[in-house]
Write a protein that binds this ligand. Structure first.
Ligand code: ACO
Length: 428
């Protein structure tokens, strides 16, 4: 294969190229510093690959997203969330027996330690559910200690993965129940993943939860669409933290914190707040677009733009079509979807957005569907975290399967003071 040549100080340095299975090509600079004393500078990692990975493929220019080779559109239409979780973590769709074992492991790990319930009482009623989720996930490392060892082991990993995927849903539902002052509802062993979550969220002694297959499928689709997205901010955080050999719970906790930010997973909450602001303040679509374009204004069009997608985000496409279909079927009305569609139409015609290739991302339509399901706005990012968890776990496992495990440690170009000396207080 061709090599890349760098000429520095009149000397040629050849660097090998790496090609992926979809022909993405990279210059391997791992010997660069050793050979030349140079490092590369790439703020925001816009051109930097941190690993090779066989989990998720994205072609941002064509709007393609595949998990382990399977298009996201097929999975959203046909698969269950637990099948997708298995696919991401173990590499292939499970056969009947594998699915049974995986589901059984999830069921057996669905309750949380009763002592952990006391944690919920310690949070103020206004606590953001993402803060609660991160705290509770990290505290799993002190309650389920026999599940992890310092070196990566298949059996304990299987239990840890199931423990996280199953318990995150219980923790999320309990935090909601706590926020509304209701008693928590234990998981039920005969319910599927999404149904069990909705049951724990919405069942109460006075208002029993009535399952609705359309709503349950809508939730599964949302979770599937969020299940992985290669080296995004939160997943990279999981890898970075995990690279120090921190345990899986701690690594996932860090990823959840990274996901919370409004430029990332937190955007889904911001989108609904923005659409509500447009509705309540009677803003025109033109006013919003002009504010978003104005560099002096703090207003941003949340749910627009993406580091990788420079064409339509395929997840947003699936969600938009699904929203239209399900709203019609269930005769559900939400003024926010009309505002969202108007906003999208206007941006797609605006040169500012066209030139910068800014399209709606997954967060633009997800909140509208969460609203229909009955999820409160401040829990939207928690839903994102539940969906993203299998991907984070798969990436953590892949990193640990790669020999040797390298600690993640970027370099910098120092721009501070040169050597100077301490000056006593009275002389300053
Ligand atoms: N509204 C208005 N202008 C925008 C937007 C937006 N949502 N997104 C990008 N731009 C503009 C920038 O101002 C910049 O303009 P300039 O070239 O004149 O300076 C240009 O488009 C490029 O934007 P960057 O911020 O440099 O792109 P980057 O790849 O660094 O950021 C990001 C991507 C963070 C997603 C950005 O588009 C954004 O802030 N979007 C809104 C938040 C959001 O929806 N986040 C969710 C992303 S999806 C996910 O994480 C699940």
């Amino acid at each position: 294969m061709e090599k890349a040549t760098l000429i520095f100080n009149g000397k040629k340095h050849e660097m090998p190229m790496v090609k992926g299975t979809e022909n993405e090509t990279a210059i391997d600079i791992s010997q660069l510093r050793q050979e030349t004393g140079l490092i590369t500078l790439d703020v925001g990692y816009q051109n930097t690959g941190a690993c090779t990975s066989s989990i998720t493929f994205i072609d941002g220019d064509k709007g393609i997203l595949r998990y382990r080779g399977i298009p996201i559109e097929e999975l959203a239409e046909k698969a269950s969330f637990t099948e997708v979780a298995y696919l991401l973590i173990y590499g292939d769709l499970p056969n009947k027996e594998e699915q049974q074992i995986f589901s059984q492991r999830l069921t057996q790990n669905s309750m949380i330690h009763e002592e952990m319930l006391r944690f919920f009482d310690g949070f103020p009623p206004t606590a953001h559910p993402m803060a609660i989720l991160a705290t509770m996930v990290n505290s799993m490392s002190v309650y389920y200690t026999d599940y992890y060892t310092e070196d990566f082991q298949a059996e304990t990993f299987d239990l840890m993965a199931a423990s996280l995927i199953s318990r995150i849903r219980t923790i999320a539902a309990y935090s909601y129940k706590h926020s509304i002052g209701h008693p928590h509802v234990y998981p039920k062993r005969d319910l599927k993943y999404a149904s069990n979550f909705l049951y724990m969220m919405f069942d109460s002694p006075v208002n029993p939860y009535v399952p609705d297959p359309d709503i349950e499928r809508a939730l599964s689709i949302l979770l599937i669409l969020h299940a992985d997205h290669e080296q995004n901010c939160s997943t990279s955080t999981v890898r970075l933290v995990g690279s120090s050999m921190a345990n899986l719970y701690a690594s996932i906790c860090a990823g959840i914190c990274a996901l919370w930010g409004p430029l990332h997973g937190g955007a889904n909450q911001k989108v609904i707040e923005m659409l509500e602001q447009i509705k309540n303040d009677r803003l025109t679509i033109r006013q919003c677009i002009e504010s978003a374009k104005d560099k002096n204004s703090k207003f941003r069009l949340f749910g627009f733009g993406h580091r990788v997608y420079k064409n339509y985000d395929p997840r947003a496409k699936v969600l938009k079509e699904y929203c239209e279909k399900i709203f019609k079927k269930c005769n559900y009305q939400d003024q926010l979807i009309n505002i969202a569609m108007e906003l999208e139409d206007a941006t797609l015609k605006d040169p500012f957005f066209i030139e910068r290739k800014l399209y709606p991302n997954v967060d633009f339509y997800s909140g509208i569907l969460y609203r229909m399901i009955g999820i409160p706005t401040d829990m939207f990012t928690v839903m994102f975290a539940i969906g993203r968890l299998p991907g984070m776990i798969a990436q953590w496992k892949e990193m640990h399967d790669t020999v040797p495990l390298k600690i993640g440690r970027p370099r910098q170009i120092y721009t501070g003071n040169n050597l100077r000396h301490y000056v006593p207080m009275e002389e300053r």
